[in-house]
Design a protein around this ligand. Structure first.
Ligand SMILES: [Fe+2]
Ligand SMILES: [Fe+2]
Length: 272
């Protein structure tokens, strides 16, 4: 199976790129199943129901969230009505929605998608992500009940993400990081067959500070004081993520490659 995963959609620029280019990108990569992280799609903070629908209508089969899952208040209700939107497994015990679901691709092959939050350098002390992921993977062994399993590891620290990759090696098709909005250059297939990249990068304007217009972040770093709100940068977005090819029999990865489509990053990395 060919699975496309795209990182955090950032504001209007990210939404526009998804709407205008995801269909063609999926066709070019011959993606059977597409997962998009949408946690910053609405004003850079959270995801509204309307914007979730827009990403799904543009061709995402599943939308994952993150620490900003419920920044837009209507997601609290919307997530209960739209099973294709997932929040982190360990967001909070009483949080609405769910953190894992089995989907099917157009040929009926089953794909487990799950998301978890890291603990290192995050705003809140979330529950242990390793035990949360372990329970879900044990219940859905790839090559058995599902043909593929994907984990979106939403975390700040690359060490925690790499540790999670190894914890899942041989049990998931893909472990890919989100949240930092900067793609890492470490795409690889781990020794037991799990594809891994520390961060997918964002679907946003890279002439920015992690997707936000440069002026206010720079001002805050230089003066130590906030003046305005953060607003997403509005230039052309790069769609950034990974494509993983899996063996349906074992659920393990046979290949993984970074994906960068359009915008500044694609210009500086024409091979992507
Ligand atoms: Fe994000
Ligand atoms: Fe995040």
């Amino acid at each position: 199976m060919r699975i496309l995963f795209l990182g955090d959609v950032m504001g209007r620029a990210g939404r526009r790129a998804i709407t205008e280019r995801l269909g063609a990108l999926k066709a070019r990569l011959r993606a059977d199943f597409t997962i998009v992280n949408g946690e910053n799609a609405s004003g850079g903070m959270g995801l509204t129901g309307a914007h979730a629908r827009l990403i799904l209508d543009a061709g995402a089969d599943c939308v994952t969230l993150g620490d900003h899952a419920f920044d837009q208040k209507d997601m609290v209700q919307f997530i209960e009505t739209e099973p294709r939107v997932l929040r982190p497994l360990n967001f909070a015990r009483e949080a609405p929605g769910r953190g894992a679901r089995v989907f099917a691709d157009p040929r009926g092959r089953k794909v487990l998608v799950t998301q978890v939050l890291g603990q290192v350098f995050m705003k809140r002390p979330f529950d242990d992500p390793f035990s949360a992921v372990d329970a879900v993977l044990r219940a859905h062994p790839p090559g058995g009940l599902v043909q593929a399993a994907v984990l979106d590891m939403h975390a700040e620290a690359t060490s925690e993400k790499m540790a999670m990759g190894h914890w899942c090696d041989g049990r998931a098709s893909l472990v890919v990081g989100t949240h930092t909005h900067v793609p890492t250059a470490d795409a690889q297939v781990l020794p037991r067959g799990t594809a891994y990249q520390s961060d997918a990068g964002m679907c946003g304007d890279y002439d920015s500070v992690i997707g936000m217009d440069k002026a206010e972040p720079l001002r805050r770093f230089l003066t130590g004081m906030p003046r305005d709100r953060f607003t997403p940068a509005e230039g052309e977005a790069t769609l950034s993520g990974v494509l993983v090819v899996t063996d349906d029999r074992t659920g393990m990865a046979t290949a993984v490659e970074p994906v960068r489509d359009g915008g500044r990053l694609a210009q500086t990395h024409p091979a992507g």
